[in-house]
Design a protein around this ligand. Structure first.
Ligand code: PRP
Length: 226
């Protein structure tokens, strides 16, 4: 039996995904070694391989079939626009993609002014402003700490991820418009979906059951909290 390969976005999401996979019976003890620099982990018994990639590269590995499956944020899936199947919402890392800025920019959005938009996500920003809002804007690509842009006068607004909202609050910015909800998704290579359908479907079924069980436990625990 050939290896089924899973690309994981390295970081917190990979750890949480591995926790779910281990509950599904997959065994990769080396993955949890805090000192390891290994990028590929194998469960020989289950004939599965897992590798850690930069989040933005996960859809690429999956599209080209270097990985049969991948786990990555919806933001990356939208931004990369790869030919892959998105098959499951893991519900991890829930957050929102938003247009943010100082309150003084609200009117500029409302009146469809030709403003500057700084973002790490130019594809998502372009699609939102050009296709959904039909507003002509200038998009400026940044690589991080995007909240800086309106503060130092690079742009009127930003398109960025908002989770708790504390980065915005601490920098005097607000959510002005919401673009979409985000969370971690399972993606599958289009050929693997046909060739390895039975194994992939069985794994997804198990993951779905575990996620549903987790949610029930969380709901019950919340219900008990005074
Ligand atoms: C992300 C995002 C925001 C922040 C939002 O940044 O780009 O800056 O988290 O989280 P909050 O609403 O809980 O404050 P990240 O930490 O990934 O770093 P980056 O600025 O380099 O993108």
């Amino acid at each position: 039996m050939r290896y089924l390969t899973v690309a994981l976005a390295k970081g917190r999401l990979a750890k949480k995904t591995m926790d779910i996979l281990e509950q599904a019976g997959i065994c990769c003890p080396e993955f949890h070694d805090p000192h390891t620099r290994r990028l590929v982990f194998t469960d020989e018994e289950k004939r599965m391989k897992f590798f850690l990639a930069k989040a933005s590269d996960v859809p690429t590995y999956v599209e080209y079939g270097a990985a049969d499956l991948g786990v990555v944020g919806k933001d990356t899936i939208l931004e990369e626009g790869r030919q892959i199947y998105e098959v499951m919402d893991l519900g991890l890392g829930r957050c929102r993609m938003c247009v943010c800025g100082p309150e003084s920019s609200r009117g500029k959005l409302l009146h469809q002014e030709r403003i500057r938009v700084a973002t790490k996500y130019p594809v998502i920003a372009k699609d939102y402003f050009y296709n959904r809002k039909q507003q002509t804007v200038e998009i400026i690509k940044l690589n991080g700490s995007v909240e800086l842009a309106p503060i130092v006068g690079l742009s009127e607004v930003i398109v960025d991820i908002v989770e708790t909202g504390s980065t915005l609050r601490e920098n005097g910015l607000s959510v002005l418009e919401e673009i979409c909800e985000l969370s971690a998704r399972v993606v599958v290579n289009q050929v693997s979906m046909k060739m390895e359908n039975e194994r992939i479907t069985a794994l997804l079924r198990q993951m779905r059951q575990l996620r549903a069980f987790d949610k029930n436990v969380q709901t019950l625990e919340k219900g008990r909290t005074p």
